[in-house]
Design a protein around this ligand. Sequence first.
Ligand code: NAG
Ligand code: NAG
Length: 614
Amino acid sequence: MWSRLNRHWKRLLVICLALLFASVTFVVGFWDTINEIPDRWHMPFLNPEPVSSLGFPTAIFNLDSETASLQHPINDLIANADEEYEHLVAKQSTGLAQAAQAYRSWRGRHPPPWFDQWYAFAELHDCVMIEDLFDRIYHDLNPFWAIAPDRLRADAAAIPNYIRVRNGKVYRSSMQQLAAFLPDVDIPINHMDEPRVLVSWDTIAEEMKILDASLGRQDLAQAPPIDTFAPLSQPPAASKDISFTTKAPYWNVARQACSPSTEARTSQIDTDFSTAPDFPQKYPYGTFSGYVQNWTLSQDVCSHAHLRNMHGTFVEPVSISTSTSLIPMFSGSKLLMNNDILLPGAMYWTDKERFAASKHHIPWQDKRDEVFWRGTASGGRNKADNWGRFQRHRLVSMFNGTQVEMTLAASNKTADHAHDGLPHNFSPPNEELYPLVSTKLGLLPDWIRSFSNVAFYWLECFPATRDYGCSYTGSWYRRGRPVSLERMFLNKYLPDVDGNSFSGRFRAFLMSNSLPLKATIYTEWHDYRLIPWKHFVPMDNTFVDLWSILEFFFQQDRKAEKIALEGRKWAERVLRKDDMLVYVYRLLLEYARVVDPNREEMGFGLDLTTTAAT
Ligand SMILES: *[C@@H]1O[C@H](CO)[C@@H](O)[C@H](O)[C@H]1NC(C)=O
Ligand SMILES: *[C@@H]1O[C@H](CO)[C@@H](O)[C@H](O)[C@H]1NC(C)=O
C-alpha cells in the first residue's frame, strides 16, 4: 500500500504525522500552563474557570433601579479623609527655626544634636516638612528613655547582626549614603521576617511613666548644654543576659502586650484549627458603620481578639523568636504590640522588579475593571488541619465565585456544616450589616466572577511539594500564572494582605495609579504618612467589608480614580527613596541620642541662641 502511493502523497502524510506529533507534545508539555488562570481573565477560551453571565461588574446596577449608594458611609469617610489631609498639609513648616519649634512643641524636648544638618539634608532632597510625618519614630523610641543608655548599648552589642558607624564611615551596610552625617552608633538589625521584641503592657506602662517624668526636665527656652554626640571608640561590652523565647503558641506571649482592659489579654487561642473560625457577627470594633476609619485601630489585634484565630501569625508562624525585655532591634515591620524600631523594609531600597514599579503610569480609564491578585499561600506554615485559618487563603476563597456559591448554599441549609467537605474559611457577611445589590438579586457569585482575577501561584504546602499541587489545598485553588507588577497595574483594583509578615508590595501599589485595598496587622515606617480613604482603601482584617467596598467603587468609579491618583501623587512626595533616607537619618540621630550617656543634657538649640542674639 505504502509503495503504491505516489511520492507526493507520501510526503503529505509524513508532514501530517509530524504536525500531529508536534501538537500532542505541545499540549502535553504545556498542559499545566493551559490550565492556569491567565492574567487576561475575560478571554473565555483561555479561562479554565466558569465565566460570569453578567459580563461586567457594573451590570448589576442596571438590573436594580433603586440602588441607594448616595447615603453610603464610605462617602463620609472620604470626606473626612480629605479634611484630615488638608489639616495635615497646613502644618508644613518653613525654615529651620520653625521646624525646631514645631519639634519642641510636639515632642516636649529639644531636637537631637545636628538637627540643623538633618534639616539641610531634608531640604536639599525636597522633603515635605511636617513634624507629624515622623511620629512613628517617637512611638518606637519613647519607651527606651526608661532604660539606662549603658544598658541599651550593651544590649545592642549582644545582637550578632548590626550596622556599625564610626567616624562617618559605615563598616557593614547599605546606609553608605548617610554615613558621613551620622554620629558613632551601633544599629542592631533583625535578620528575620517576623518582629523580635515584645514587652508586656505592664512594663511598658511603667516605662512610659519614667519617660513622662524625664520630659519636663529640659528647659525648652534655653539652648541645651551639650550640642553633640559622645564619640564611641571602643565597642561596648555585650550584655550576657539577653534571650529570645521561641515558645509556642506565640499568642500567649503576644497577648501580654495587650492592656488588661481588653478581652485579648485573657483570651485563649483555639487548639483545633481544622474547624471554621469564629467570625464576629457585629461591625468590627472601631469602624464607622462597618468600614475602617482609624487605620491604626484596625491593625490592633488587642482590640480585635478574634484575629488570633484567623491570621497565620498566631495560628502557626514560620519562625518566632522574641525578646520580652526591651532591647533595641531594628525591623522592617511589626505588630502594634511589638517594640521593634522600624526601618523602611529592605525591599523598598531595591529596584527589583518584584517590588518596584516603573515610572510609566497607565491612565485609570485605560485599566480593566478587574480585581487582580497573585501571590503565594504564605502567612505562616499552612497544613492540612489549619489552612482554613489563614488570611491569604481566605482572600482567594472570597474572590472565587464557585466557592462563594458553595458557601452560600451550605449556609442556607442552616444544618451542621461540619461534614459537607467545605473548608468554611470565610462566612458571608451578615446581609443586614453589609447589604449588597448582588445578594439582593441572588447574583453574588456571578458578580464576583465578573471582576475577579485572584489566584495563588504557589501553595506553600507542608510538607513541601515539588510542583504546584498540594494534597489538601490543591483541589481548592487553581494555579494562576505569576505576572509582573507592570501587568498587575493594568487592573484597577489591587488587594494587598499580609504574608508571613507585611507585604512588600504596598509602596509599589500606592505608586501605580491603581487602587490598593489594604488589610494588615503589621505596621510599617510609613503608616503615619498615609491617610486611609485619601491615599488608599483600608479593609478589615476579616475582609467582611470587602465585597461592599467593591460594590461602592464599581458604582462610583470617579471616587476610586480620585483615591488612586491622589495616593500616587502623595506617595511620590513622601515615600520616595529620598524620604526614606531622611526618615532613617532622623531616626538614627534620635537613636544615637537615647543611647548616649549625656542624653538628658543633649540637644539642638542653635536657633534659640541666634534669636536671643538679635
Ligand atoms: C486610632 O486608634 C489608636 C489605637 O487605638 C488610638 O491611639 C488613636 O487615638 C485613634 N485615633 C483617633 C483619631 O481616634
Ligand atoms: C475556585 O474554587 C473551585 C472550587 O473549589 C476550584 O476548583 C478552583 O480551582 C478555584 N479557582 C481558583 C482561581 O482558585
